[in-house]
Ligand binder design. Sequence first.
Ligand code: FES
Length: 271
Amino acid sequence: MTAKDRAIGVFLLLAIAGSGGFIFAYVTNGNRLLEGVSLAGAAAMFAAAALGWAFWIVPDEQVVDEIDEYPSSIAARDEQSATIAEDERSIGRQKALLRLLYVALGSFALALASPLRSFGPLVAAKSLFSTKWRRGSRLARADGTLVSTSDLNVGAVEVVFPEGAIGDPMSQATLIRLPDGVVPNTPSGYIAYSRLCTHAGCPVALYRSQQQQLACPCHQSVFDVTRNGAVVSGPADHALPRLPLVADASGALRATGDFPVPVGPGFWERP
Ligand code: FES
């Protein structure tokens, strides 16, 4: 291996080290300066290796294939054999450099792809359309206690989650006890709506028991509890999803399924 080949190899090794340094600094949430210096160093070493390759390895002379007169002299044949042997050695050296180049390119690509982690966890398409409520899920408070029909007075509200998914933000719901008969098919007057505002996703945290309305404090959208969460006023443009409820034989409140439509604000696949 010639000194020039070795120099290109060193450049490529330094490029690999720079890429590795960037990945290490990024994954360990480390020093931003180290990230910048190592990535810039890797790019600079790539540039140096490319220049070396272009000037030292890629042949730039014009080759003329002469037609020899036969028979060749023994000296000419020996010279030709030596040239072929040298070319074969050269190809072998370049193969080693090529392998090093592939490793360097791979590590550089990995370094460039690493920041994709900063986009956060992948959002499975399904997670936008469904919550943790299932048929038979019992209603539980944030402290894990279960809600039964005897727990709330008329006009009272509770924040509830599916048992087993306490704290799940997409599944949070507001449970309200209305006077019996105000809304048909409500077990003992209990009705529940998604707590995520359909405008921009704030918690719909206020209940006006006189008007039987839920209000969002962020931009003042108001929803009618007695009309399936229909928008009364404000910027929200669709109703709060209602959680279907039933009371079992012991009086525990259970969902009969998930919300019938996706919760929260509209998005690209949902009007
Ligand atoms: S987020 Fe509720 S009104 Fe805007």
